[in-house]
Design a protein. Structure first.
Length: 334
């Protein structure tokens, strides 16, 4: 009997505990049926880094077209200026041509007498001066001038009309002439480019040239007075004169090239040539080749030089000549 009472109490406690757990289980079942099943969340990943405010999303950049980047800068080459390619200079030259000009009637002449003569005398020298200055990037500007004159006599072997005078056969005729040439030249570096440290230069020459030839004639043995010492007069009452003079000139562009080879900084070879011609008008060309030796600021030059000119044969008279000889000169560089 004593064992029955405690056993009964134990059964009652277990029954109450089971009854309390059954409603909680029922509530969990109801909650599980009411809520939809949730998918298992993927493992957490770190958030993507936010781009800076100055950058735009890739899709926006693509929508604006390709990005144009500036072209890379060209490499800079050393620009080596050799002696004579900086500053400015002055120079003098002398050359010794012996050729004599030819004087003749032109296409506009209407008289019947001949006019072909050789102007007498050979010039003692042809003297020249020049001024030059560098014009950047191995270019330069040069202004040069040379002049020469000569005079002499000859006896005509036929009747000649020279200028405004007509001389009979057998007359002693004096001739004189003076040549002046002015040239402005822009020497443009054409090759190589960039120069770097190369020791040769090819320049194209863009020039303007003025050529003037003055000719004069006289008959010094013809009388100017009569037997009584009175001046002879012509049909217009003017004293008789056998002198006549003319000026033949033209201005023309000339084109050419210059080649310079620097053997070292104090020694160089130089070749120049330029010219221009208009058919039935004027013709001019000149050329020279020289060896140039520099000592400090002084440069001594020597070589060969030639010059040809012909004034317009379309006029009453024209003059032509080709001059060539050795020359020497000097330049002082500043």
């Amino acid at each position: 009997m004593k064992n029955t009472v405690p056993g009964f109490l134990c059964l009652c406690f277990l029954a109450l505990t089971a009854a309390a757990q059954q409603p909680a289980a029922a509530q969990q079942d109801d909650a599980s049926q009411a809520a939809p099943p949730q998918q298992q969340a993927p493992p957490a990943t770190p958030p993507a880094a936010t781009p800076p405010a100055s950058q735009e999303p890739q899709d926006q950049q693509t929508s604006k077209g390709p990005t144009i980047q500036a072209a890379p800068q060209l490499p800079k080459y050393p620009d080596v200026r050799l002696p004579g390619e900086t500053g400015w200079w002055v120079g003098v030259s002398v050359w010794l041509p012996r050729e004599q000009p030819i004087y003749n009637r032109g296409e506009a002449a209407t008289f019947p007498q001949a006019s072909l003569v050789t102007l007498q005398g050979a010039p003692n020298s042809v003297n020249g001066v020049e001024f030059g200055m560098a014009a950047g990037l191995h270019n330069s500007v040069r202004v040069s001038y040379f002049t020469t004159r000569a005079a002499g006599d000859f006896t005509s072997n036929q009747d000649l009309t020279l200028g405004t005078q007509t001389y009979a056969n057998g007359t002693l005729i004096s001739t004189d002439y003076k040549l002046d040439v002015i040239k402005i030249s822009f020497d443009y570096l054409t090759w190589p480019y960039p120069v770097e440290s190369r020791k040769y230069r090819l320049h194209t020459l863009w020039q303007m040239q003025y050529v003037s030839m003055r000719t004069g004639f006289d008959a010094p043995q013809l009388p100017l007075v009569d037997s009584n010492g009175n001046p002879l007069i012509d049909a217009y009452g003017n004293p008789v004169s056998y002198q006549t003079s003319q000026s033949h000139w033209f201005i023309t562009p000339t084109l050419g090239a210059n080649w310079t080879q620097y053997i070292n900084k104090n020694l160089r070879l130089e070749f120049n040539g330029s010219g221009f011609a208009i058919p039935h008008h004027w013709t001019v060309w000149d050329a020279d080749a020289s060896l140039n030796i520099r000592v400090g600021s002084l440069e001594v030059r020597g070589g060969l030089k030639g010059f040809h000119y012909k004034t317009s044969p379309a006029s009453d008279f024209f003059v032509r000549n080709t001059m060539a000889s050795v020359f020497v000169g000097a330049r002082w560089y500043f």
